[in-house]
Design a protein around this ligand. Structure first.
Ligand SMILES: Nc1ncnc2c1ncn2[C@@H]1O[C@H](COP(=O)(O)OP(=O)(O)OP(=O)(O)O)[C@@H](O)[C@H]1O
Length: 442
């Protein structure tokens, strides 16, 4: 990444209405080229792409391929040699750079905070420039600190040197959001942080995004970060050439070529497990029982259906323990008479919000070959190795089918654009994707 020549700049938009919170605006780059000097090959070579409103789009590519240059042309820290950049309905070239940047938040590595200013003063820079009244600025600073997980009372008067790297980065994000811009540019914002802080900030960004729905362009070298954060990922080669521009699922299961495969670096299925939530799979349907159910009656139900076990639930549907036919046969009265009943709360359950990787971990560490799923504490089905495997296989099959259909329609086999209406694009019409997803025959 080239050194920033501009002062850290946090653009702003008038926030009085708060309308921007409803979502971001799309960004379109149209045949954009950037040439530094006259002889060198272009740093960005005829790039056309759409970044959809309210999505996180990650630029992933090797050092020097043009990610930062592309990003900086969006807020005109770098001027394109040719081509057009539209932010919403506005041609970036038609706006004064300082005016444009009021609508584009910018977060860079190591936050770029002004060291001689307090946290509050750093965040307040753009609102001050916009002439907001002092009480409104103070209120906004506190609101933003809370939003990024820092207690205003504790942090607003600190200086950047009195913060950890992760806290500085949080302040950097707060500053970028100060005037509620619809667009955020984030250039390797978590690159200098330790893995745990980095993971926490990624989670925070996803939480914020669920609330704010900004249009976010995020540059990273880190494949796992890209897969986790990106609604779409643009895999770029020299000159910001798009090699594939698709959702993580497609990148992992239908890589465009050896370049993408090499970039992803194997373990696609394991990476898919991290991307998929337990709530996304079809849960196993297991027989349930209550304490006051007759053990004989539950036993009969299991033997009639050939089921290996029932799950015993308490009065609030929380899973307590497994009941197997042999124990039920030996129990004198109700399910409550089973040995260890009531005290025997299941230690291994998995949340519906957990990833399939966490579910696999639970499965590998529990004595049964099945783990109950809980949603808000209540039983919501169960997961087995077979259900995980079935889900992953279905994803591969779906992508194989999409690829086959694209080829049959004379389109490139992978997505190169986010814009289905773009006639140069490779995305099959939405209904085709939907039909494939629904398993409809062609
Ligand atoms: N100000 C500049 N003058 C001349 N060449 C430049 C300038 N800025 C960038 N370049 C060149 O443009 C190309 C793209 O650089 P850019 O910083 O956009 O790449 P990048 O993909 O962001 O790299 P990294 O991941 O290392 O940050 C590189 O070859 C770089 O040397």
């Amino acid at each position: 990444m080239p050194e920033s020549t501009a002062a850290p700049h946090t653009p702003a938009a008038p926030a009085a209405s708060g309308d921007d919170r409803a979502g971001g605006v799309p960004i379109r780059l149209i045949e954009v080229t950037k040439r530094f000097g006259t002889t060198a090959a272009p740093a960005v070579d005829d790039l056309t792409m759409t970044i959809p409103a309210g999505e996180i789009v990650v630029f992933l590519g090797p050092s020097g391929c043009g990610k930062t240059t592309t990003m900086r042309m969006i807020n005109r820290l770098i001027e394109p040699t040719s081509g057009r950049i539209m932010i919403g309905d506005t041609d970036a070239k038609q706006q004064r750079p300082d005016e444009l940047r009021r609508h584009i938040g910018y977060v860079i590595q190591q936050a770029g905070l002004f060291p001689h200013m307090t946290v509050a003063q750093n965040i307040a820079q753009v609102p001050l420039m916009l002439g907001w009244p002092k009480p409104r600025i103070a209120e906004r600073v506190d609101e933003l600190l809370t939003l990024v997980g820092l207690d205003p009372a504790e942090y607003r008067r600190r200086y950047p040197r009195q913060l950890s790297g992760g806290q500085q980065q949080r302040v950097g994000v707060a500053r970028a959001l100060a005037a509620d811009p619809p667009v955020l540019l984030m250039d390797e914002p978590f690159g200098a942080l330790d893995p745990i802080t980095r993971e926490n900030l990624q989670d925070e960004l996803l939480r914020l995004q669920r609330e704010l729905s900004k249009t976010i362009v995020f540059v990273t070298h880190d494949v796992d970060e890209a897969l986790k954060l990106g609604d779409r990922i643009a895999i770029l080669d020299t000159g910001s050439t798009i090699v594939q521009y698709a959702r993580a699922e497609e990148i992992l299961t239908n890589p465009a070529n050896a370049y993408v495969e090499q970039f992803i670096g194997g373990e696609s299925s394991m990476r898919l497990l991290k991307l998929t939530r337990v709530a996304d799979i079809t849960p196993e349907n297991i027989a349930t029982a209550r304490f006051d159910d007759s053990a004989a009656e539950v036993h009969l139900r299991l033997t009639e259906t050939g089921a290996e076990r029932a799950i015993v639930l308490d009065e609030r549907d929380r899973p307590l323990h497994w009941a197997h036919p042999a124990e039920l046969a030996a129990a004198p009265g109700t399910v409550a008479d089973l040995a260890g009943a009531r005290d025997d709360r299941l230690s291994t359950v998995v949340s519906a919000d957990a990833t399939l990787r966490e579910a696999m971990e639970a499965l590998l560490n529990c004595p049964e070959d099945i783990v109950p799923i809980v949603a808000d504490g209540a039983y919501a089905g169960a997961v087995t190795l077979a259900s995980v495997q079935g889900h992953i296989s279905a994803i591969y099959e779906r992508q194989k089918e999409l690829r086959r259909r694209r080829l049959a329609a004379g389109l490139p086999p992978v997505s190169l654009t986010a814009d289905p209406e773009d006639s140069a694009g490779s995305e099959p019409p939405e209904e085709t994707e939907a039909a494939v997803a629904a398993g409809e025959a062609s």
